[in-house]
Design a binder for this molecule. Structure first.
Ligand SMILES: NC(=O)c1ccc[n+]([C@@H]2O[C@H](COP(=O)([O-])OP(=O)(O)OC[C@H]3O[C@@H](n4cnc5c(N)ncnc54)[C@H](OP(=O)(O)O)[C@@H]3O)[C@@H](O)[C@H]2O)c1
Length: 308
């Protein structure tokens, strides 16, 4: 069986080595050395160009190299085969670590101390206990659910928002559009871990910011498309938001002249909140190839109607 690998971000040699350990007879082809297009059974990809995948007419499945599949559904010619996202313990742990790091940074007011240091100012700022701090997580799936559970274990007051209700120890569940305002009303730190779909595009906007407590902080580790870019700086400059930690952007890399780079209340990381590691992620891809080969349904196939 032949698998086509295409990504300008992930390392083909690592993936080849890890997949061949699991499926020694796999014909692992790296784009653009595709060979006979009709022989390709599987595509393992990150951000293929629209139209790319339609060339492989005998595809049995498409595997995303990341947890998100928005980069695939942007293609109107996407083949009608199972589209599988990546779910992996290392990816989940990495995201929980990213979220905990940034929540603690805001919780302990490190941005405030960084500003004071630049002004040679020696002054203690107010401190709260974690249980006195409410953190809200938008999206309680594989990543958001694990991040919320980690924050709850740490002692924060945690609430989460998802489409359907969830039961996670220590996490107050809010479900559906009707519960969004109540959810937002107490979030001093808001974490976005939603998938990017038609329903969630631009959800982080001035109307939503206005429903948060004043000086709330935003952590966006989901997708740049969730944030209405022009609404962020006014919210920070008026004090409605106290700070933002952004890992994802509408255009990546973030263009050099973008005002986010130099804003004193924005911390930028270059889409590294959680990075796919083939040493563990290859398990699911290999498992799914075996399942499809045996006539079984693959794991973590997304619902095209929902887009995630
Ligand atoms: N920055 C990075 O390095 C990085 C790395 C990996 C992933 N990500 C991003 O993280 C996202 C989440 O990944 P995941 O694996 O946790 O996804 P997931 O398991 O599919 O979970 C998605 C969650 O969002 C909720 N949701 C979806 N649409 C909603 C809506 N319209 N209203 C309310 N809730 C909604 C879902 O609710 P239900 O459970 O009720 O369906 C679910 O709880 C990915 O799509 C990707 O964009 C970023």
């Amino acid at each position: 069986m032949a698998l086509l690998f295409k990504s300008s971000w992930d390392r083909a040699d690592w993936w080849r080595a890890e997949l061949l350990k699991r499926i020694p007879d796999l014909d692992f082809r790296v784009w653009p050395e595709v060979g006979d297009e009709a022989a390709i059974d599987y595509a393992l990809v990150w951000k293929p160009k629209p139209g790319d995948l339609a060339r492989y007419r005998n595809l049995k499945a498409v595997f995303s190299l990341g947890a998100g599949v928005d980069h695939l559904f942007a293609d109107p010619t996407l083949p009608k085969v199972p589209i599988c996202r990546l779910v992996d313990r290392a990816l989940t742990r990495g995201m929980a670590e990213h979220v905990l790091t940034h929540v603690l940074r805001f919780h302990r007011n490190l941005p405030g101390y960084e500003r004071q240091q630049r002004a040679f100012e020696w002054k203690g700022l107010p401190i709260k206990l974690p249980e006195e701090r409410t953190v809200g997580v938008m999206g309680l799936g594989e990543l958001g659910g694990a991040a919320a559970a980690t924050l709850a274990d740490f002692g924060f007051g945690v609430r989460g928002w998802s489409r359907t209700p969830k039961t996670i120890d220590g996490v107050e569940s809010y479900a559906g559009g009707g519960a969004l305002d109540a959810f937002l009303s107490k979030c001093e730190i808001l974490v976005c871990l939603l998938p990017l779909t038609r329903a969630t595009e631009g959800i982080l906007n001035r109307n939503l910011f206005a429903k948060l407590p004043r000086a709330a902080c935003l952590i966006n580790a989901a997708r740049g498309g969730h944030l209405l870019e022009e609404d962020l700086i006014p919210a920070l400059d008026t004090g409605q938001l106290g700070g933002a930690a952004l890992d994802v952007f509408r255009v990546e890399p973030l263009p050099r002249g973008h005002p986010y780079w130099t804003h004193p209340r924005i911390l930028i990381t270059p889409h590294v909140a959680s990075v796919t590691d083939p040493r563990s992620s290859a398990d699911l891809v290999a498992d799914n190839i075996r399942r499809i080969d045996a006539g079984e349904a693959p794991l973590y196939a997304v619902d095209p109607a929902k887009g995630y």
